[in-house]
Design a protein around this ligand. Sequence first.
Ligand SMILES: Cc1cc2nc3c(=O)[nH]c(=O)nc-3n(C[C@H](O)[C@H](O)[C@H](O)COP(=O)(O)O)c2cc1C
Length: 316
Amino acid sequence: MKKILVVEFSQTGQLSAVLDALLAPLLADGSGVVVVRERLQPRPAYPFPWPFWQFMDAFPESVAGESPELAPLSVEASGDFDLVILGYPIWFLSPAPVLMGFLRSAAGRQLIKGKPVVTVTACRNMWLMAQEVVKQELTAAGANHRDHIALVDRGSAFATFITTPRWLLTGRKGAFWGFPAAGVTAEDIAGSRRFGLALREALRNDEEKQNAPMLHGLRACVVDDRLIASEKVGKRSFRIWARLLRALGRPGAPLRRAALVFYLVFLVCLILTVLPVSMLLKAALRPLLCKKLAAARSYFEQPSGSDSSRLALFNE
Ligand SMILES: Cc1cc2nc3c(=O)[nH]c(=O)nc-3n(C[C@H](O)[C@H](O)[C@H](O)COP(=O)(O)O)c2cc1C
């Protein structure tokens, strides 16, 4: 029997639904696998739907990677697993702080040290910078990062700019006024089963002991190269503002709240003025930057890649 540890955090249940679909083939009779699911629990729990100011106030700590207190893990830190799956959503271009809490804890590091790790994210559309942080943490903990699965909302950048905050701030997820429903589609969630089928096969062949991706050829990790530059610039600006806001006080502090209002106004102005110009510029420069963009896309799609050569093998 092979043992898999699944460490996850999901506020609305979206990421857990992805993991349910992925894990189904591994939980089926005769899979030869034991699955242990560890759901990370912040104390106190984050609210959902989010009150607006609490949502904004979560920004500095998310970017700084500061975790709230977590409930003790139910799994023993000394547990010995053949494979670890880490599932996390993206918050403000960063891994949800709860995952950072796990990755920086002594127990978390002990559990993943020397182990093959598969990371899974389900978010709006911007996960690149967050995954860079997770990769650094995995390296620091001595884990062996083997695969990454990224699921995103299929709506356009404009549509999801409206539908994602509406979902998070009101709890309403459905389609409205010509906008699509928020979140990863049910079809994409169900399609995550292919990763479970591929992992089951890989574990049967002891592939977790080799040093290569197990989920290649399954469109696990498709990067939209139009978002690479925006994410890099956004993350740089987020880091500066997060540092400033944290210097002004703890969450809820009046001075920090005032600066947050200023930042919001600044962001809206930026989105209305600089963003359209930079989009035009990017479109104009695209033919010149073709090679550079392709190299960047290929880098961010590692280790699992975006090709579909093995899709037909795992579509049962
Ligand atoms: C505070 C907060 C910030 C978020 N920031 C981002 C972001 O920067 N990029 C992104 O693609 N999605 C972002 N999202 C959406 C989440 O990644 C995720 O899709 C959503 O919260 C549902 O995930 P869950 O229910 O599995 O936790 C954010 C969500 C929250 C709550």
